[in-house]
Design a protein around this ligand. Structure first.
Ligand SMILES: Cc1cc2nc3c(=O)[nH]c(=O)nc-3n(C[C@H](O)[C@H](O)[C@H](O)COP(=O)(O)O)c2cc1C
Length: 112
């Protein structure tokens, strides 16, 4: 199985990174392929709610930032793990930006 892990912590040696690393080790030992993406090391803007993706964009986001790399991984993945520290009773803002940008990927691909 291809597993995508989005790590929402900005701390490279923090608790979330350690948990993601432990998960990766166990999953790889069990024969799975794991990609861990540190979203805080990426340039990922928030969703603009412009609806380009659900219109003439046919599922493509109008913003061409590092989210493009994550869309590729998402397409391939059989499982998605969201890993985040708790920030004020929620997930980190950086991970929330990435999740909001999933919006475009929910749209069917262009016809033909
Ligand atoms: C901006 C910010 C907000 C936080 N809010 C909470 C919170 O609401 N509840 C909580 O239990 N811990 C909170 N924490 C503590 C972190 O969730 C905790 O230290 C976590 O283990 C950090 O993960 P990391 O080492 O992967 O960065 C907050 C930390 C920061 C920096």
């Amino acid at each position: 199985m291809k597993i995508l892990v989005l790590n929402g912590s900005p701390r490279p040696r923090g608790n979330t990174a350690k948990m993601a690393a432990a998960f990766r080790k166990a999953a790889e030992e069990a024969g799975h392929e794991v990609n861990v993406v540190d979203v805080c090391r990426k340039i990922i803007s928030g969703c603009l709610a412009c609806e380009y993706c659900h219109g003439k964009g046919y599922g493509q986001c109008i913003q061409k930032d590092d989210m493009q790399e994550i869309y590729g991984y998402l397409q391939d993945a059989n499982m998605l793990i969201l890993a985040s520290p708790i920030y004020y009773h929620g997930i980190s803002g950086q991970l929330k930006c990435a999740i909001d940008r999933f919006y475009s990927a929910l749209y069917p691909a262009a016809p033909g």
